[in-house]
Design a binder for this molecule. Structure first.
Ligand code: SF4
Length: 405
């Protein structure tokens, strides 16, 4: 297919596709799907080989958020039966993080619900970061605390944070329909504050919220322009008790096309398969490893993922390898100092010489175990919607049960 040949050539040169080419990837047929995966897989292997980076989420503070993000089980007014707790004690957070690192995670992602941290919150998280770094040599720590000021970003960086996550989530044009308590521009500003403080920016999207192909392409090109080092791709988990509970719009094939499109637009950036992979990709998860070079290990913020060992087995069985702490994730041209920090004056996703968030907080959770979701999918839902796969997290941080890592 001429389209795929052109996209591979561009990806290997770190050049972006045109907007029409990105749309064409999303419009490919199921008969073309393996060709699409193979083409994007060539780009993935060029910049990341067969390595898979593992990241581990620690939900520092769950639920009770004053913001109204429609996709989020922790939102204002959410009726989702999730764990709700205030800040974990530092030793609890360190124990959870250490479990993730012991399970193979290279990065720990410290996430807290809320609009943004107070200065006291930043002090608290800073102490936790220092303790995690002290006890886990070589671990990367990413914070995800919501909207951030420049001063707060600098304090997190000084405490040892390597990265900050704040997702754009959806296109500028659709943002106000998803959230009303803060704006798209607020999110862009926080990503820039993090970058200005020397933090590696992590910012991504959520697919499956009823958006159009054009919206998806818009948000991915906007992310490219922001030049994050990592781009998490979440697939909406339509939690019962949230406004998007009926939005079952995704198929495994659709998810793979979206991931391929993101890889073509951001060829040399860490593309991370995030929340929703178990629910929406299901048995097709291993194919996604040909497109992404990073996944979360174990559970998500408010939902359960497949067993951590199953993640490791999947990587091995598919012919990939877990990226070790001694290996730098990003290609050399995107590194300023060899530790994955953003290059000075870094350009957009792979484009130029120096190359190309959640919770908010990042990840709407995903899950594998059968649980509480009992709602029928909405009229536009895909026939294969698996509402039975949504499982609220009942283990790990905030519980007496050991974490899944
Ligand atoms: S995504 Fe973050 S800010 Fe939005 S409702 Fe959820 S926890 Fe609150």
């Amino acid at each position: 297919m001429d389209l795929l040949t052109a996209l591979v050539d561009k990806g290997l040169r770190r050049e972006p596709p045109t907007r029409d080419e990105a749309l064409a990837v999303l419009a490919t047929s199921d008969d073309e799907l393996l060709d699409v995966v193979a083409a994007a897989g060539r780009v993935r292997r060029q910049w990341f080989g067969r390595r898979v980076k593992l990241n581990y989420l620690v939900n520092l503070k769950s639920g009770l958020c004053p913001e109204d993000c429609s996709y989020c089980s922790q939102r204002l007014g959410s009726q989702a039966d999730i764990l709700k707790y205030t800040w974990l004690k530092p030793d609890e957070a360190v124990a959870a993080a250490t479990a993730g690192v012991s399970g193979g995670a290279k990065r720990v992602c410290l996430v807290a619900s809320g609009r943004g941290p107070t200065d006291r919150d930043v002090d608290r998280v800073s102490k936790t970061i220092e303790a995690i770094k002290e006890g886990n040599e070589g671990v990367e720590v990413c914070a995800c605390l919501g909207l951030l000021s420049g001063d707060q970003a600098e304090r997190l960086r000084a405490a040892g944070a390597d990265a900050y996550n704040h997702n754009l989530n959806t296109s500028e044009g659709t943002y106000a329909g998803i959230t009303t308590t803060h704006t798209y521009d607020d999110r862009v500003d926080t990503v820039r504050q993090a970058q200005a403080a020397g933090l590696s920016a992590c910012s991504g999207l959520i697919a499956g919220m009823g958006e159009s192909d054009a919206d998806l392409v818009d948000v991915v090109f906007s992310l490219r322009a922001l030049d994050p080092d990592s781009v998490p791709v979440n697939f909406l988990i339509p939690f019962e008790g949230t406004p998007l509970a009926k939005e079952w719009n995704l198929t495994p094939q659709r998810c793979l096309r979206i991931l391929a499109m993101v890889r073509f637009v951001c060829p040399d950036v860490e593309v991370r398969l995030a929340g929703g992979r178990e629910v929406h990709l299901r048995t097709m998860q291993p194919l996604a490893l040909h497109l992404v070079n990073s996944i979360f290990l174990g559970d998500y913020l408010t939902s359960e993922g497949q067993a951590g060992q199953a993640d490791l087995d999947m990587i091995t069985d598919a012919g990939f390898e877990v990226e070790g702490a001694e290996t730098t994730t990003l290609p050399a041209h995107r590194r300023a100092d060899g530790d994955g920090a953003p290059a000075a004056g870094g350009s957009g996703c792979g484009s130029h010489d120096t190359g190309c968030g959640s919770c908010e907080h990042g990840e709407p959770a995903a899950a594998r175990t059968v649980a509480a979701a009992t709602s029928a999918p909405g009229p536009a839902a895909s026939a294969g919607a698996r509402t039975d796969l949504v499982a609220v997290r009942r283990r790990g941080a905030g519980t007496d049960l050991p974490p899944n890592a």
